[in-house]
Design a protein. Sequence first.
Length: 198
Amino acid sequence: MKKIFFILIISGTVYSQSASKEYSKEIALYQAKFFISKTIIGDEPDYQKFIIDPLAGSKSSELSSIYYEIIDGEKKGLVFGFYDEFTQGSSSSSVADGSQQSTTVYTNKEFAFKNIDYQDAEILLDKIEQIIEDEKKFLSADDNENNIYFTFDDMIVIIYREGAFAGRIRIEWNGFDAEWENTAFRRTKRRFKKASEN
């Protein structure tokens, strides 16, 4: 029997998520409020105002992006929401009498947030856009075979194509492997710039 559990991990804290809800941009926005409050703002004896704007989520729901701005602290940046499914346990095996002995397999759905300050977010988004533009010919020559790789902070970034007009960006961070479609990336970059100018 396969059991499914939904778990949210943020900075070592585990939160349950209802099995009836799938991960989405709205859930990321909802949970990011506490992540930004606790991790980025920190202790606040009086009160602090901040703005968050969900920029875009990938079709796969593996990556979402949220712009934030702390009003009085004059701090702003980008939060990535990573989502993935992790399987634990093992499959069935034969026993001496020929019968099958099954082991329960648990599938954990987890997500976590990564903060990228404003300047670093600009550098990352510009770098990805520049690589896609400069290496268009290389990436288009062989779908899924021609890849570009770089590291940024503690993330691994791979850029490739998979079919006509199907650019892909994969980001690996802290055990999460998220695919970011070119369309979602461009929407994030455009809306990040617009949000930061307001």
